[in-house]
Design a protein around this ligand. Sequence first.
Ligand code: ACM
Length: 269
Amino acid sequence: MGCMIVAAAVQMEPVFGQPQHNLQTAVDLIEAGPPANLYVLPELFHCGYVFTSQEEAAALAEPVDGPTVSALQEVSAQRQCTIFAGFAERADQTIYNSSVLIDQGQVLGTYRKIHLFDKETLWFTPGSAPPPVYQTSSGRLGLMICFDWIFPETARSLMLNGAQILCHSANLVLQWCQKATVIRCVENHVFTVLANRIGTESRGGDTLTFTGASTIVDPKGQVQAAAPETEAAVISAQIDPALADDKTIGPSKINNLLHDRKPDLYFQP
Ligand code: ACM
């Protein structure tokens, strides 16, 4: 047994192009919900999703020391908590679909989405660094963003790097991720906190509906908390991140998800 923490997913409906409003919505949800050690917010939570041009993405993107991340740092410092949130990042002249990890007021790092989905490929530059794992006051957190889920290598490499909890910021439009999350948790024996958004965005001739149903899943694939598909909500669960360190599986605990792998026998380019 390790230290129990409360992990929470903040499910909300960002309004396109309204960063102050969206920030306030997120803060209001956090303040109205049960106190938690770890909050995961959706992908691009401050700006919305359906862009119509690179210029629009650039105009809404912020540097990591910009107003959205600074405001989250204040919340994190006040509540002495960990926050993981997706935001559009401007670094020099490059625009990324990024996320930031803040612990007790300090920015620990960012992760820039490596698997861009659909028209994101038109607005954003993919990240070139692996999804990272950070030691935090809420355990060892592995960072991923939305479509990263469909490549099981993402969750696997986070687990191999020691992640106990996968923090997954999402704007999901396909219907499979919540189910796949259960399997990712079982095959890697990790927790996942999946924060998805809700609502429909229609812009520039494109209409996307986001699937909500944020979820917190434990290493045995048990759903510890689940949000509705169409309403804003903060869901939370008390969890022991150290449970993810035990990779044994099966009645006799003979098998071990880490040690029984056969990397030499898997496809190698
Ligand atoms: C997605 O990656 N936003 C589906």
